[in-house]
Design a protein around this ligand. Structure first.
Ligand SMILES: *[C@@H]1O[C@H](CO)[C@@H](O)[C@H](O)[C@H]1NC(C)=O
Ligand SMILES: *[C@@H]1O[C@H](CO)[C@@H](O)[C@H](O)[C@H]1NC(C)=O
Ligand SMILES: *[C@@H]1O[C@H](CO)[C@@H](O)[C@H](O)[C@H]1NC(C)=O
Ligand SMILES: *[C@@H]1O[C@H](CO)[C@@H](O)[C@H](O)[C@H]1NC(C)=O
Ligand SMILES: *[C@@H]1O[C@H](CO)[C@@H](O)[C@H](O)[C@H]1NC(C)=O
Ligand SMILES: *[C@@H]1O[C@H](CO)[C@@H](O)[C@H](O)[C@H]1NC(C)=O
Ligand SMILES: *[C@@H]1O[C@H](CO)[C@@H](O)[C@H](O)[C@H]1NC(C)=O
Ligand SMILES: *[C@@H]1O[C@H](CO)[C@@H](O)[C@H](O)[C@H]1NC(C)=O
Ligand SMILES: *[C@@H]1O[C@H](CO)[C@@H](O)[C@H](O)[C@H]1NC(C)=O
Length: 776
């Protein structure tokens, strides 16, 4: 009940905000998607205007209504429309989808060492020819992580721009644009690609920051750097205080593709799945793929529940979040000598001084109607300042600490029965630690049994986490809600307690009122794992500039470090192929390549309307000879066999691999076959005599009728003398209507009060949370 209370209030406030937002407008921003760019040169904006003129009945209204013409990389526009006008346009020729603008949410540096990208830096060039485009909250351009000392001029292919609005590019940050078409910003935002949130500076420096000395207020001191420190960064600011609008996201893709980026990194997503051509990230990344650009996406922070993975289009890389071998703990010592360890980033040194310790329940402010039922959780506005001042308070809920700060408390010890997985550390603005519910009982017992209970909290330590890598609880899990025949997520990367760059204008802990400025912060999310994968993809791209997006993705997946299945009940639905291993991805031996035509065949199999797909591809041959059915034959570096409840296991998959290793190579399969299942791979040897040669093999997976098997998994690894090309397979039969929890967003429940972190990127939700108060 405790945490729920904190949450209901923001929900209430957000619906109010939405209501007044809507009252003023009967025309709302809509995104109209029209597929491939028209081949002829006639003004695309004039065409969009003509369509609007027809739908709205007036040229001047049409002009007023048009917000964006997409036309640099694909066709479509964003315009303010009523429901009826949107419907009229959706029936016009050439229109694939019309959707109201939606608000998306944003979903170091030991981490690169942990994935073994330590001494393999490529140097510039070829790394400096690679441009990573990030759709995020912008960056802090003067941040030391973006120092361009020693950088040459941008690569000749670069066609991007740099706005001069409160922003100056250099030879590291070579492009910067911003988009706010629908009032997603508030007073804390600056109309510039300049980052006031911290999130975009964090993701950009994780992917491609230069080496800098870093720490979070003295903790985790060392060198921070991105995966490709010599690569360039292009900034597309689409996220603001209220979130990230789909019209802006699509415009950023339109620009980034035409500007000439090589890899697109998108650490944001929707909390519910939609069809591919209704989703701006799926649309944008599809057209990016057509132009040879891989998009790397966060899987979402809605775990550990099944079918929560977002950004699951097969032409993108979907990245889960896992731990590195460093975890932050803060010990506390009770007056009786007992030492307990919490999972916390505590950068306040009490030097061992002890303070009186009280239970929050005895410090209720009765004047305002609070009682121990509220104050035991230390809810904002519930505490009696006379009782709390100068003391350490034991609270039975994870909170932002504001109640104790306002009452001049000396510190807080939290434990929360609703926090089941203590696998992420947060930081507060005063001495704080979070301990397990069992240890919480010990603290409460000590308080009730001693006359003058006291405690002290110590500065955090970084401990070695021998369990790592483990997929963190909040990381969204597969299978894909839309394409059961594609295994998602694809891969996992470090996303827990990552130290990287930060905006000095942003808050530095979970407490909204924290005014300490910092250039580095330690935060968690699939938002943090995504730029690790983007950096790894850029690394492979630097070595193989001509590889397709599918080839780069295949290299990352087939060489991934195998995760320990015994630590993950949901196996590949947690980690996909495993943890990124960029150094090995340079030389994968074989790749599973795929072209636009392959993805279109996949969409035909998925039952997408042929008329629609022809508009998307701009090609009349689309879906000839393809009938809808199982989409098993997309040349994907993993296998997913969905079995209906009570049916027998039976699937045949065909794959084609391209030799990118030595000319003469013989690969034989090593198959890990789980109980229940039979796997036959044909032929038994793949013999190559040239680089670029392809070979095709089939995989037959069979077994008895199954029911209620959430996942069974194995793998096929093609080996030659120096390569191991590993592809996992999964067999599963989740039922429709099983406990899928798409609407439930763990990020709302757990670190809900965390200002300016990945979790805050939540559209209107963030608004209420910034000022948590007790509901009446
Ligand atoms: C990194 O490389 C070392 C030595 O080559 C190996 O033992 C270790 O398992 C690798 N770690 C990862 C995360 O791949
Ligand atoms: C950038 O790096 C160079 C070389 O290390 C250094 O001299 C310079 O002061 C740095 N500039 C900034 C703005 O930090
Ligand atoms: C430019 O950015 C600074 C923060 O660095 C901010 O204080 C200022 O208001 C901004 N100026 C404009 C014109 O937006
Ligand atoms: C955005 O908000 C401002 C101020 O509240 C208002 O004047 C303006 O019309 C709004 N614009 C849109 C596109 O809603
Ligand atoms: C702990 O010691 C440091 C260094 O002597 C000092 O700066 C700090 O204020 C002390 N903290 C407290 C709470 O006394
Ligand atoms: C109780 O709450 C009221 C209203 O916030 C506040 O004015 C008062 O100072 C509080 N009393 C104590 C003892 O903290
Ligand atoms: C495809 O969809 C369009 C638009 O929804 C519709 O007009 C058309 O009839 C559909 N075609 C087929 C073959 O289903
Ligand atoms: C597709 O077919 C139509 C009608 O046959 C034709 O007008 C059009 O030019 C063709 N488009 C392409 C891209 O071939
Ligand atoms: C795989 O299964 C298909 C269909 O059941 C069958 O025709 C084919 O012979 C099998 N191939 C192998 C290699 O077992």
């Amino acid at each position: 009940m405790g945490v729920l209370h904190l949450l209901l209030y923001p929900l209430l406030l957000s619906s109010l905000l939405l209501a007044c937002h809507c009252r003023n407008l009967n025309r709302k921003l809509h995104v109209v998607y029209m597929g491939d760019s028209p081949k002829e040169g006639s003004s695309i904006a004039a065409k969009h205007h003509a369509m609007l003129h027809r739908a709205l009945g007036s040229a001047s209204l049409a002009k007023e209504s048009l917000v964006y013409s997409y036309g640099r990389s694909f066709n479509g526009f964003a315009a303010k429309l009523t429901k009826d006008e949107a419907e009229t346009i959706s029936e016009m020729e050439g229109v694939v989808s019309v959707n109201p603008n939606r608000i998306f949410k944003l979903h170091t540096t030991r981490s690169w060492d942990f994935v073994n990208l330590t001494t393999n830096k490529l140097g510039a060039p070829p790394e400096s020819d690679v441009v990573i485009g990030l759709l995020d909250t912008g960056v802090w351009p003067e941040h030391p992580s973006f120092n361009d000392s020693g950088f040459s001029a941008p690569p000749a292919k670069w066609k991007g721009e740099c706005t001069s609005k409160n922003f100056t590019c250099n030879n590291k940050i070579i492009g910067a644009r911003f988009y706010d078409s629908d009032n997603a910003s508030d007073v804390t935002d600056i109309m510039s690609p300049r980052d006031t949130e911290g999130h975009g500076t964090h993701t950009a420096s994780t992917a491609a920051g230069v080496e800098v000395d870093a720490s979070y207020f003295g903790l985790a001191e060392g060198v921070a750097r991105g995966g490709v420190p010599n690569a360039r960064i292009a900034v597309y600011k689409v996220c603001w205080a209220f979130g990230c609008g789909s019209a802006d996201i699509l415009k950023a893709f339109d620009d980034a593709i035409a500007d000439g980026v090589d890899i697109i990194s998108v650490s944001l997503g929707s909390s519910y799945p939609s069809d591919y051509f209704d989703d701006p990230i799926a649309i944008g990344s599809f057209h990016a793929m057509k132009k040879g650009i891989l998009t790397s996406n966060s899987a979402g922070n809605s775990g550990p529940y099944p079918v929560t993975v977002s950004n699951f289009a097969p032409w993108t890389l979907t990245v889960a979040a896992s731990t590195i071998d460093r975890k932050f703990v803060a010990r506390l010592q009770l007056g009786n000598g007992l030492i307990l360890t919490g999972i916390t980033i505590n950068v306040f040194d009490l030097n061992g001084t002890t303070y009186p310790l009280i239970w929050g329940g005895v410090a209720a402010n009765y004047t305002i109607g609070s009682s121990p039922d509220y104050s035991r959780y230390c809810f904002p506005g519930t505490m009696n300042a006379n009782m709390v001042a100068g003391k350490i308070v034991f609270c039975e809920a994870l909170g932002d600490g504001s109640a104790i700060i306002e009452a001049n408390g000396a510190g807080q010890i939290m434990s929360d029965v609703l926090v089941e997985n203590m696998d992420v550390a947060f930081s507060w603005s005063f001495p704080s630690t979070l301990i397990s519910p069992e240890d919480g009982k010990l603290v409460k017992e000590y308080i009730t049994s001693s006359e003058n209970p006291t405690a002290t909290i110590f500065f955090s330590d970084a401990w070695k986490d021998a369990m790592a890598p483990v997929v963190v609880s909040f990381s969204s899990r597969g299978p894909s809600a839309i394409s059961p025949d594609i295994l998602k997520p694809d891969i996992t990367a470090p996303g827990v307690d990552i130290l990287a760059g930060w905006s000095p204008l942003s808050g530095s802990s979970v407490y909204y009122g924290d005014t300490r400025s910092t250039l580095f912060n330690i935060i968690s999310g699939t938002s943090m794992s995504c730029p690790h994968a983007s950096g790894a993809a850029a690394y492979v791209k630097a070595v193989h500039p001509n590889w397709s997006p599918a080839a780069i993705k295949s290299a990352l997946m087939t060489t991934a470090r195998v995760m320990d299945p015994s630590k993950h009940d949901d196996l590949e639905f947690a980690y996909g192929s495993g943890q990124i291993n960029p150094a090995d991805a340079r030389d994968p031996g074989l790749i599973f390549d795929a072209t636009e035509a392959d993805y279109i065949n996949f969409l035909c199999k998925q039952g997408y309307n042929t008329t629609t797909l022809r508009i998307v591809t701009g090609d009349n041959s689309t879906c000839n000879n393809v009938t809808p059915g199982r989409a098993w034959d997309l040349n994907y570096p993993s296998f997913s066999l969905y079995v209906e409840e009570g049916q027998t296991i039976s699937g045949t998959f065909t794959r084609t691999v391209t030799n990118v290793g030595e000319a003469n190579a013989n690969y034989t399969p090593v198959i890990y076959i789980p109980a229940l299942i039979d796997v036959v791979v044909e032929p038994p040897v793949l013999a190559f005599s040239a680089v670029g040669e392809t070979q095709t093999f089939t995989v037959n997976i069979t077994g008895p009728a199954i029911s209620q098997h959430p996942i069974i998994s194995g793998s096929i690894t093609w080996k030659d003398e120096s390569h191991a090309v590993r592809t996992p397979f999964v067999v599963y039969n989740y039922l429709p209507g099983a406990p899928y929890n798409l609407e439930y967003d763990q990020s709302n429940a757990f670190p809900s009060f965390q200002k300016n972190s990945v979790y805050q990127r939540n559209g209107f939700m963030g608004r209420g949370r910034a000022h948590p108060r007790l509901a009446n």
